[in-house]
Design a protein around this ligand. Structure first.
Ligand SMILES: [Zn+2]
Length: 151
């Protein structure tokens, strides 16, 4: 048997393999059979390139297990995120009860149409932005505060 594999051809084979060609693709490129290419890849110890022979095939059970593990991790992440959100909200509510109102510190542009316009800081101002008390541009606590100030 005369080997078709010249140095040049082996280089070409390696090049095509590196580009991700399959053995049948390489066979078509260099004009030989897929079996010849597979055998050469094997003899050269160049694994990869041919999915059907050189890649480890995973059984459906293994794939299923991987998928389950992935879902489990995702659920785990979601659960921990949810817990964090709930905790933050509780803390805020408690703080609100203590000091009456916590300003949201919104800029004039971010301010809601019905947000409390009680200013904080000494320019650029930030605003409270809690829901306005009826007939006022301030929320309840800030309306009371501004009235106390005026009198
Ligand atoms: Zn306010």
């Amino acid at each position: 048997v005369i080997s078709i594999w010249t140095e040049d051809l082996i280089d070409t084979l390696k090049g095509l393999l590196a580009k991700g060609f399959s053995s049948s693709g390489i066979a078509a490129e260099i004009g030989t059979t897929r079996n010849a290419v597979c055998g050469k890849i094997h003899r050269l110890g160049l694994n990869g390139g041919d999915g059907s022979r050189t890649f480890v095939r995973r059984t459906p059970e293994e794939k299923e297990a991987t998928k389950r593990a992935k879902m489990e991790r995702r659920n785990e992440r979601r659960r921990s995120q949810r817990v964090t959100v709930v905790r933050v909200r509780q803390v805020n509510l408690e703080a609100l009860r203590c000091v009456e109102v916590i300003p949201q510190h919104k800029s004039l542009l971010e301010l809601d149409a019905d947000g409390c316009r009680f200013p904080y800081g000494d320019g650029p101002f930030t605003f409270c932005n809690h829901a306005q008390h009826e007939g006022s541009s301030y929320c309840g606590p800030h309306m009371a505060l501004s009235r106390r100030r005026m009198s």
